[in-house]
Design a protein around this ligand. Structure first.
Ligand code: AMP
Length: 429
């Protein structure tokens, strides 16, 4: 199937070809036609599947064909849980709409609202927003949503996780009742289904099925290592392997900072990204990582959510996540869009329980390889770090504990499929 056969306009086809896409991804093939027909869509898809183009391309087509009002009221509203995701969606929209006369902007919290308000005053057709800032501006009477024709809830499950349900309800109340609704979610818990039922009208269900072949595209390897030697080992791997772009995960914000400092001392260009970092620092770190001026980006799980970092050759778990699902999220950062990738985990004896849970979840006995001089003491304690200690330190960017995560599937269409499981440990973050 081609983008042309999906019925997209020449202006969009030109932009798609400029982006270098040749074939629509499965979610794009399934979601674009019903959206173009004006139907409500409920899509099971996550970052990495090409879902953003899956909803932005048809929205751009619909809006460019509709009647253009001079004052450009907001006609499409895209709600998304995080600032980074919001910024990425806007960047995609800008690229896809380069040959169209449509204006778009983004609003999110954590930064001065004035430039955002100025943009809104000038008129925008498409608004990407995080719920908090949107409500804020709305309460101040600085935004009108009375002309919204299309509503998108992106990463709906994450929005619920982060406690945005009331905000979403409040936003929906001020939208025109006649509108098209699109909802994207990686999981379909009872709460998500309830939300979907309240918003969508006779939705078409679409799903991006993970492709088995791409599981093979991710090489997973576990290096057992003494806890105190992890920093030395990761520096050795990066420098001796001459790695150019590596995403490293730590369990805690403090851990991310400490590791980043050690890397910088060892001459590796590195930056940390976590919940305590301001928006400016996060954006700068991500940009530096993408343009190659940074070799290593050290992130906590929550900070890394939704980040679009294409073609990542290496992902390293400096510490194993205590939530096994996060392992799948993390390794889904490599081997994306069919490219080969390597997911390396530095595993110390105190993480034995975490590894056991991960292997159970992915259904694999992950290959382990000792590196001479770094092997852990065979008598070292296998007791996990105390939950009480961890609770103080974990990255706890506003996020409500999950209560139901049934039917959670993989992080992207290229990663392994995750079986259902409960998520009690999430409440410790
Ligand atoms: P998303 O799931 O929307 O975050 O997209 C994941 C990555 O896939 C992004 O880097 C997109 O630019 C890229 N992408 C989206 N659609 C396609 C496509 N049809 N062909 C190749 N890459 C794509």
């Amino acid at each position: 199937m081609s983008f042309y056969s999906l019925g997209l306009s020449d202006a969009l086809l030109k932009a798609i070809s400029k982006k270098g896409y040749t074939t629509p991804s499965p979610i794009q093939q399934k979601a674009i036609p019903p959206i173009l027909e004006g139907k409500d869509v409920l899509a099971s898809a996550q970052t990495g599947t090409g879902k953003t183009a899956g909803f932005t391309l048809p929205i751009l087509q619909i809006l460019s064909q509709g009647q253009q009002l001079r004052q450009r009221p907001i006609r499409a509203l895209i709600l998304t849980p995080t600032r980074e995701l919001a910024a990425q969606i806007l960047a995609n929209i800008k690229e896809y709409s380069v040959f169209l006369d449509l204006k778009s902007t983004v609003i999110f919290g954590g930064v001065n609202q004035n430039p955002q308000v100025t943009q809104l005053r000038q008129g925008v057709d498409i608004l990407v927003a995080t719920p908090g800032r949107l409500i804020d501006l709305q309460n101040q009477g600085l935004i009108s949503l009375a002309k919204v024709e299309i509503l998108v809830l992106d990463e709906a499950d994450r929005m619920l996780d982060m406690g945005f349900v009331r905000d979403i309800e409040r936003i929906i109340k001020v939208l025109p009742t006649k509108r098209q609704n699109l909802m994207f979610s990686a999981t379909f818990s009872t709460d998500i289904k309830k939300l979907a039922m309240g918003i969508l009208h006779h939705p078409v269900h679409v799903e991006a099925t993970p492709e088995n072949t791409t599981v093979d595209a991710i090489t997973q390897i576990i290096y057992p290592v003494a806890k105190e030697k992890k920093t030395e080992l990761i520096i050795k791997l990066i420098t001796e392997g001459n790695w150019k772009q590596i995403l490293v995960f730590t369990r805690t914000k403090q851990g991310a900072n400490k590791l980043t400092e050690s890397m910088i001392s060892a001459g590796i260009k590195a930056a940390a990204i976590h919940g305590n970092k301001g928006q400016g620092a996060r954006t700068k770190a991500l940009a530096g990582f993408k343009d190659g001026s940074l070799t290593a980006l050290v992130a906590t799980d929550i900070a890394a959510r939704g980040l679009d970092i294409p073609l990542l050759p290496h992902v390293v778990n400096f510490e194993l996540p205590n939530i096994p699902e996060d392992y799948v999220h993390r390794i889904g950062r490599t081997g994306r869009a069919g490219a080969n990738g390597e997911a390396i985990s530095l595993f110390s004896p105190d993480e034995t329980v975490f590894l056991r849970d991960i292997e159970k979840l992915v259904g694999l006995n992950l290959p382990k390889e000792n590196i001479k001089g770094f092997e852990p003491d065979p008598n070292a304690s296998k007791e996990p770090i105390k939950q009480g200690q961890g609770r103080q330190q974990r990255d706890s960017t506003p996020r409500k504990p999950k209560t139901d995560t049934t039917n959670r599937s993989s992080n992207n269409s290229f990663g392994p499929r995750r079986p259902s499981q409960n998520n009690d440990r999430r409440s410790n973050r």
